[in-house]
Design a protein around this ligand. Structure first.
Ligand SMILES: [Zn+2]
Length: 223
């Protein structure tokens, strides 16, 4: 039965904006079917993993969906990042988690670590858009989720100094905390979207400072 609030403010699909039916949540049935799924873990397509070839060692890489300008994934990520719809992060995490839990290559993953936001950005947005995704993946795989391992530093304050000391080295804005907690472990690094992979690479290089770490990557979308 509809309550008064639902009559006054009917829930709308976060993909297309159409009014949702009572049995639907977040996304209408049509949008769910029209999601441009990538799912490299299912197809075996190595193109995402190959993007990181020669940059750092990687076990597996997958993404749930393709991103295209003005496509449904863009709308969903926009709702997730800028309109407070954190629940989408959980939705994507449950979806991908249920799939990865079936696959042998993800059975030996031991911890999920999200790409962190800088403290100021986190305060402004109120949440890290990838946390829900990471938490649900961790639940599906039965492993811990750790948000305290990677920290994003403020780039500007150290930029001049770093340029002087080491101008041929790309600066890394991410630093590693608690290296002992991740050494000898297989980590699943998660983010909302893979584009050039530069952010994931910086995070990976920070994590790989701990001894004998193995890495896999999962993102909500891939552009
Ligand atoms: Zn829709």
């Amino acid at each position: 039965m509809l309550n008064v609030l639902e009559l006054l403010f009917p829930k709308c699909c976060l993909g297309c904006g159409k009014k949702l039916l009572q049995r639907e949540s977040l996304l209408c049935t049509q949008c769910r079917h029209e999601m441009p799924l990538a799912c490299f873990h299912r197809t075996g397509d190595p193109s995402l993993k190959n993007r990181f070839y020669g940059r750092f060692p990687l076990e597996n890489a997958t993404a749930l969906t393709y991103f295209s300008k003005k496509g449904i994934t863009q709308e969903l990520l926009h709702n997730l990042k800028y309109r407070g719809h954190q629940e989408l992060s959980h939705f994507f995490g449950k979806w991908l988690g249920a799939e990865l839990a079936q696959l042998p290559e993800y059975q030996n993953v031991e911890m999920v670590i999200p790409v962190p936001l800088h403290r100021k950005r986190l305060l402004k947005r109120g949440y890290n858009q990838v946390s829900g995704f990471g938490k649900e993946l961790a639940v599906s795989l039965g492993i811990p989720f750790r948000e305290d391992i990677l920290v994003k530093e403020l780039a500007a304050s150290t930029q001049v100094f770093k340029k002087r000391v080491n101008r041929f080295n790309d600066q890394n804005n991410f630093s590693l905390r608690y290296p002992d907690a991740i050494s000898k472990r297989h980590l699943l690094l998660v983010d909302d979207i893979t584009t050039t992979g530069a952010t994931l690479e910086q995070c990976a290089l920070a994590l790989l400072k701990a001894p004998e770490v193995k890495l896999s990557i999962a993102t909500i979308a891939v552009a």
